[in-house]
Design a protein around this ligand. Structure first.
Ligand SMILES: [Zn+2]
Length: 68
């Protein structure tokens, strides 16, 4: 699943894949070639946030199933 963020340098669009980013891949701004990458400290923080998000999604799916 790919996402987009605005480049902090030129305001252009950087398309990135959150899972690939977590694996340590680097994405480059098409406008100014600025590099988007996660530091090792950030990886654990983002991975934790994403696992919580996944848990929330699963829970909302269960709610939907039981009410339908
Ligand atoms: Zn840029």
């Amino acid at each position: 699943m790919s996402s987009q963020i605005s480049c902090p340098d030129c305001g252009g669009i950087i398309v990135f894949d959150a899972h690939a980013l977590l694996r340590g891949e680097t994405f480059v701004c098409t406008g100014c070639r600025a590099m988007l990458t996660l530091s090792r400290d950030s990886v654990s923080t983002v991975a934790d946030a994403m696992s919580k998000l996944d848990a929330l999604r699963k829970r909302s799916n269960e709610v939907r199933r039981s009410s339908g």
